[in-house]
Design a protein around this ligand. Structure first.
Ligand code: WT7
Length: 651
């Protein structure tokens, strides 16, 4: 870690809306005079009924409640569309860059996007969708994805986006959990010149046991590939749109009504449906987009995430559109057809701010600077990072090679659960340190506590917790409020547990050290080790599996699986490959194990608990007895010797 300081550049200091003093004052006020502060911030949204109350929240078990702006009513699509029409109806809302660079980009103005959203909202209603229904969206990165989200919001239906890289099994699990009645998909997706069989995956998912809630599938013609359509169930998007009216009054929602749910992995069990609210979430997405990136009308904003993740929800769709921004949406991969593609897109669309992930930077950095140098990047003013800790080396490369020392790096720490950025710099207000997400955003009462929950003041390292509610906080786990409370509010009673470790340095900067639980971060995507284990043990050859993270140069963390086979099964290359394929089919390519180590036994305590600490060390290649520490509490300490021996055999 580096403690070098990169001061606010002079041009940003001169032009930014928020300077150091303003940031500090704002933060203090947000905590000390919270009600007034938040009711004032709430005015950045258009309300049908403006709220008169801000937070009514408590993290204590006795009166556990999270509620913001509860007497306010509004509609999210109106805030993202209708209210911009008078002033910037003809400004570009969505700028779409296709997978294939030889194809023509598409543009949708606010007026056009508004009309599309209203039409599709009517299509959804025609297909039986009602306020409060859950609608699953399984789409590629095409403008129709934004249309689908906003159309759900318009009629008060709750969208659940499932990333297009998830398998039919994973898709079905997410449909079943929330009882979705409609799926919106496309014939196929395209990424890096390859086709992704989305409609075929939906067909497979809906044919699985217990996946019976869906009565309609709306299919966007994205590639024109031939797909079977099931009579009475499947509807072509374009045909339905041609019949639909562009007039659709927005449903008036309560601030606390769910806007969407989004599945994410935890340390245990199945992925959980994170529920976000209409008012608080939208305010948080819009406010943080403004504060962290100082958006100005006319700037071209590019968040290079997928709409299947929370980053895409908050910073491709809701935040930027609520702020009347021009948001670029890219269909393809960062390194196709060449390693210059990202920078070519920056030049082609004169991108002002680029927001991407460290894993992408590390992958491109490895290919050499020439791929960057062949492009201009003169339009860039600001660079963002999200998804995992950014290593100082990648930070410096981003700053120096990509941004030519001109663009502040906005490293935003947050989570699916937090709705938007929680700890992050502001370009005109924050001196940067490579690898530090810097300081908490307004209203974010970040704390570092030790294992017993005792606060660590000043310099120190421990568990990162948040001591009070903020507007963008998730409200519950879909259908499992108890799991919500148990997961986030019992480890350190009275506080929200992030699952991350953090260090605070002498200047008060926060440095996120990574997850402290059984969640791993693969290329900025969250994976529960328990999920991969469950997938592995479904295979007939597998008796038991234990999965841990391992350091990975590009992905940040890789997936390391220890597998114990059933009697009579033969470990070997063939089975190893079969198991890797198996996990990909069960969950999706993002869960592909990097290493499978066959293990005759796993290190367990006498009570049967697997000691992951030891497995993590062995995966890291740390096999000396000192590194492995005390193994005397194991039921059978000799399994460790076996693990070390077979680890060394393929190291
Ligand atoms: C986990 C949340 C944030 C939206 C995308 C991922 C890690 C995320 C950073 C960062 C260090 C980061 C944390 C967090 N993380 N951003 N800037 N610095 N760590 O959302 O899938 O819910 O993952 O990603 O470990 O807990 P997610």
């Amino acid at each position: 870690m580096s403690d070098d300081l990169f001061p606010v550049p002079a041009d940003w200091a001169a032009s930014a809306r928020i300077d150091k003093a303003a940031r500090a004052a704002d933060y203090q006020r947000s905590l000390e005079d919270a009600d007034a502060y938040w009711l004032e911030q709430a005015r950045r949204l258009d309300w049908n009924t403006p709220p008169t109350r801000a937070s009514e929240s408590s993290f204590d078990e006795a009166d556990f409640t999270i509620r913001w702006f509860a007497d306010g009513t509004l509609n999210a699509s109106v805030n993202c569309l209708d209210r911009h029409l008078a002033e910037r109806g003809d400004a570009v809302a969505i700028l779409w860059e296709p997978d294939d660079p030889d194809e023509t980009p598409r543009q949708l103005t606010y007026r056009q996007l508004h009309a599309e959203v209203c039409r599709f909202a009517n299509v959804l209603k025609g297909a039986g969708a009602r306020r409060g229904d859950r609608i699953t969206i399984y789409l590629p990165m095409i403008p129709e994805a934004a249309v689908a989200l906003l159309a759900c919001a318009r009629i008060g239906a709750i969208h659940s986006v499932v990333f297009g890289g998830f398998s039919p099994e994973a898709l079905a699990g997410r449909i079943i959990d929330c009882d979705s009645t409609i799926v919106v998909t496309a014939d196929e997706g395209r990424r890096g010149g390859r086709r992704v069989p989305l409609k075929a995956n939906v067909d497979t998912a809906l044919a699985l046991d217990h996946c019976s809630s869906v009565h309609h599938v709306l299919v966007v013609r994205a590639t024109g590939g031939t797909v079977p359509m099931q009579n009475g169930r499947d509807i072509w998007y374009d045909e339905a749109m041609a019949q639909a009216s562009a007039d659709c009054p927005a449903e008036i929602m309560n601030a606390e009504d769910p806007l969407f749910l989004l599945y994410t992995s935890g340390s245990t069990g199945k992925p959980k449906g994170v529920v976000h609210s209409t008012g608080g979430y939208l305010l948080w997405a819009s406010l943080t987009h403004q504060l962290c990136f100082d958006y100005r009308p006319g700037d071209v904003w590019w968040c290079a995430a997928d709409v299947g993740w929370v980053t895409g929800h908050s910073y491709i769709v809701y935040g930027p559109l609520a702020n009347g921004a021009t948001t670029l949406m890219y269909e393809g991969l960062p390194n196709w057809p060449t390693h210059s593609r990202i920078w070519e897109i920056v030049d082609r669309h004169q991108v002002h701010t680029l927001f991407t992930a460290p894993t992408v930077l590390r992958a491109l950095m490895k290919e050499g600077d020439a791929f960057v140098h062949v492009t201009s990047r003169a339009s860039l003013r600001l660079l963002g990072s999200v998804g995992e800790p950014i290593n100082p080396e990648a930070w410096r490369w981003y700053h120096h090679v990509v941004g030519e020392d001109r663009c502040p790096i906005i490293d935003t720490w947050w989570q699916t659960e937090t709705g938007g950025a929680m700890i992050a710099p502001m370009p005109g207000a924050t001196d940067l340190k490579p690898g530090s997400a810097t300081f908490p955003m307004p209203g974010v009462e970040a704390m570092i506590v030790d294992g017993e929950g005792r606060p660590i003041e000043g310099e120190g390292e421990g568990n990162l917790v948040i001591a009070r509610s903020w507007p963008g906080q998730m409200r519950t786990v879909w259908n499992d409020h108890d799991r919500f409370f148990q997961t986030y509010f019992t480890t350190f009673p009275g506080k929200y547990t992030t699952g991350d470790g953090a260090r605070r340095d002498a200047d008060g900067y926060y440095w996120i050290t990574g997850r402290v639980d059984d969640v791993i971060n693969v290329s900025g995507h969250r994976m529960g080790t328990a999920e991969v284990e469950s997938a592995l043990v479904l295979h007939s050859a597998v008796a038991e599996a234990a999965v841990v993270g391992m350091p990975h140069e590009i992905k940040g963390q890789g997936i390391y699986a220890y597998v114990t086979l059933n009697a009579g099964e033969v470990p070997g290359e063939e089975l190893r490959r079969a198991l890797i394929q198996w996990v990909r089919a069960e969950i999706g390519p993002i869960a592909t194990p990097d290493v499978i180590q066959f293990a005759p036994g796993l290190p367990k305590t006498r009570s049967g608990k697997i000691m992951r600490r030891i497995l993590r060390k062995i995966a890291e290649g740390e096999v000396s007895p000192q590194a492995l520490g005390d193994t005397s509490t194991l039921a059978d300490p000799s399994v460790v010797d076996d693990l070390v021996r077979s680890r060394l055999a393929f190291a």
